[in-house]
Design a protein around this ligand. Structure first.
Ligand code: NAD
Ligand code: UFG
Length: 338
């Protein structure tokens, strides 16, 4: 299949190109580079041994996006493009709503005009809010999102469901990602956050490499086995292969399909820090800090539906995730920059 990846230069998109290529699909990338560096695509090209057609386009720019569709006939779109920093979304709600909502509206409109009605959407475990059921199944009711970023994911799920309901020719796959970490085993591509990382693993790797003095652990008084927050960390290459599997649902004319992409295992912050130090033989100094507003105690999924319907399951464990995150960071202390 010929697939358009919006936001394909980013962390998850760049890893997904490799898995799509391995499975024999061809890929075109659209990205405005607001949170990525074209070096990621150059490195992916080296890994797969072929150039990746790339358009530096903002998905909100209807004219430019239409031109991409004029020049290519796509079988499906994987829509990664979006802003994703939770804290920043609280400070800049309008920018987040405009980018994520308008970007998706324009994309859907252009897709419809071009008779391309197959889309895989990057959603998030954040739509479950403080989950009513653990492990979380897809029929767990959606919860209250405490920030504009999460709201955009939750609202866009509704928009996509309405579009599919109104026109059953659409096939819509909502993938609810849990916590992607890790990097491609080559160490050539990985997560490249701007400024101070918000997420746990980049903070750990930057501390280990000496860019940050110490990791702050946000709370050790949660109702979890060691008091620190528990999450379902998933290797980004497993997450990437989940998108290849999701194309099966599209091929089977799924209409609407929703899948959790996680491992089904919950690890605490201390579990991750300890695994990282042990596997890599490096020290990560840390201090306990107050809870971070909006955080929940525990979030991990039941991934059985994706296994049953897509024949997909995560194959990497926490040790491999820690090893590959460190391999990327130590080989690229400044990410893609300089
Ligand atoms: P990322 O920031 O690395 O990638 C997103 C890409 O989209 C970037 O390359 C950015 O430049 C591009 N982009 C943003 N707005 C755009 C626009 N208007 N037009 C064109 N390109 C635009 O993030 P990621 O971690 O790879 O996440 C990919 C998707 O998965 C996002 O939608 C994100 O919200 C979602 N997601 C990520 C996580 C996570 O923890 N990383 C978890 C759940 C869901
Ligand atoms: N944490 C720390 N110190 C840090 C960073 C994080 O202790 O410096 C803790 C958090 O309190 C939490 C855990 O590590 O217990 C994971 O935090 P992350 O920020 O890495 O991830 P979240 O689970 O908060 O959220 C992430 C993305 C969301 C996404 C969600 C589910 O940021 O966008 O995963 O996919 F919605």
């Amino acid at each position: 299949m010929k697939i358009l990846l919006t936001g394909g230069a980013g962390y998850i998109g760049s890893h997904t190109i490799i898995e799509l290529d391995k499975a024999g699909h061809s890929v075109v990338v659209v990205d405005n580079l607001v949170n990525s560096n074209p070096e990621s695509l150059r490195r992916v090209a080296k890994i797969i041994g072929k150039e990746i057609p790339f358009y530096e386009v903002d998905v909100r720019d209807k004219e430019a996006l239409s031109k991409v569709f004029d020049e290519n006939k796509f079988d499906a779109v994987i829509h990664f493009a979006g802003l994703k920093a939770v804290g920043e979304s609280v400070a800049k709600p309008l920018e987040y709503y405009h980018n994520n909502m308008t970007g998706t509206f324009v994309l859907l409109d252009v897709m419809r005009q071009n008779q391309c009605k197959n889309i895989i959407f990057s959603s998030s475990a954040t739509v479950y809010g403080d989950p009513a059921i653990i492990p979380i199944t897809e029929d767990c009711p959606k919860g209250h999102c405490t920030n504009p970023y999460g709201q955009t994911k939750s609202m866009l799920e509704e928009v996509l469901m309405d579009v599919q309901k109104a026109d059953p020719e659409w096939n819509v796959v909502l993938l609810r990602y849990f916590n992607p970490i890790g990097a491609h085993k080559s160490g050539m591509i990985g997560e490249n956050p701007n400024g101070i990382p918000n997420n746990l693993m980049p903070y750990i790797t930057q501390t280990a490499v000496g860019i940050r003095k110490e990791l702050g652990i946000f709370g050790n008084d949660y109702d979890t086995p060691d008091g620190t927050g528990v999450r379902d960390y998933i290797h980004v290459c497993d997450l990437a292969s989940g998108h290849v599997a999701a194309l099966k649902a599209i091929n089977n004319k799924c209409g609407l399909a929703i899948y959790n992409l996680g491992t089904g295992h919950g690890y605490s912050v201390l579990d991750v820090v300890n695994a990282f130090m042990k596997v890599n033989g490096v020290n990560v100094p840390y201090v306990i800090k107050p809870r971070r507003p909006g955080d929940i105690a525990t979030c991990y999924c039941n991934p059985a539906k994706a296994k049953a319907e897509l024949d997909w399951e995560a194959k990497y464990g926490i040790d491999e995730m820690c090893r590959d995150s460190w391999n990327w960071q130590k080989n690229n202390p400044n990410g893609y920059g300089k």
